[in-house]
Design a protein around this ligand. Sequence first.
Ligand SMILES: C[S@@+](CC[C@H](N)C(=O)[O-])C[C@H]1O[C@@H](n2cnc3c(N)ncnc32)[C@H](O)[C@@H]1O
Length: 375
Amino acid sequence: MTDGFDDTTRRLMETIEANWDERTPIHAASRFYDVGRKDPASWFADYEWTDLGDLAGRDVLHLQCHLGTETAAFARRGARTVGLDLSGAAVAEAGRLAAQAGLKIEYVRANVYDAVEALGGRRFDVVYTGKGALCYLPDLDRWADVLARLLRPGGRVYVVEFHPVLAALGLVPRSPDERDLVLRNDCLAGRGPVRIDASRTYTDGPALREATVCYEWAHGLGEVVTALVGAGIGVTRLRESELPWPRWPHMRQTGRGWWRLPDDAPGCRSATPCSAPAEPARPATGPPPNRHRECHRTAQGTPLSRHRERRRTTGATPSDVGEPPAGAVGTRRGGPPRRPDRLRAPRRARPVRGGPAGPSHCGRRPTPRTRRGSR
Ligand SMILES: C[S@@+](CC[C@H](N)C(=O)[O-])C[C@H]1O[C@@H](n2cnc3c(N)ncnc32)[C@H](O)[C@@H]1O
């Protein structure tokens, strides 16, 4: 499937691969990942396990598995587990860690877009992906087509990902004591790749020396859901949750140990219900969808690089990347993918345009942007 991309997009993915190869040993040695000591289950929100149900004896595929931190949790729950990642360094490290822990996990080095061929046409009961993964994918329609081809009839895709709005928000000082949470980056798709040149990754540890450039694509929730539905994967639940980790330093912990903005935060009044963006179908079994959602509204303000600002406000600590997931559960009910014809039109890759970071308003950013700072 990578064959279907133009040369420019393939080169961007090679750049991403080199960047993650260089990040891997830094991450493997970091306190942030704390591999070998940290319980892999701690990377999951409770509702993920509720949604996923009993995994014992199921075939689970974890796409973009990186060091296998989450992959290991599936194996510990008795799943026959496969992890797949673009970075050869990451899958080698993940394999070493699994062996050290006595876990039987198969790791495969491949681009997600080539996963069907790389896995020899095998199909899975559960395909799990997310937590910082989709932003590296240039085309979600193609991604969803791959997911559909990896699923057994009746199998499920579980996507748990950072909310697009979080990537668009940043803290800006208003006074020595006050900070505003403002909208600075795009939260919608369609503006092509963002080039990020960052010598610091999101964990503690040394700087990257060579492969400092990476690319990211913004993907809105609508784009994710539409891609899944277009590939014949029915969406059975879409959550937008409070955060399992403190994304911003001024967040407060709730009674159940989750994190939210304080009641007096600008634009945030607690317990303001938002309408559910998508709940087209109820799962045949399992609990009813959670209808209570928190509403965090935002104000626009001075655009800054979110990465620069992140370092400045949080010191790139582990909580810096404690961005929350918004989980979408898809269930494929069998049958061939059903993408409407209009979605099957030949895909056009967007050229990477140069130029400095422009003003960032949701849905109004001018041209591609090069960002510098930690990521
Ligand atoms: C943030 S990590 C994965 C998230 C995981 N939850 C974690 O925190 O360890 C992103 C991973 O995506 C992988 N990746 C990026 N683009 C990919 C692609 N096209 N195909 C497969 N893996 C890809 C990178 O190599 C990296 O290991």
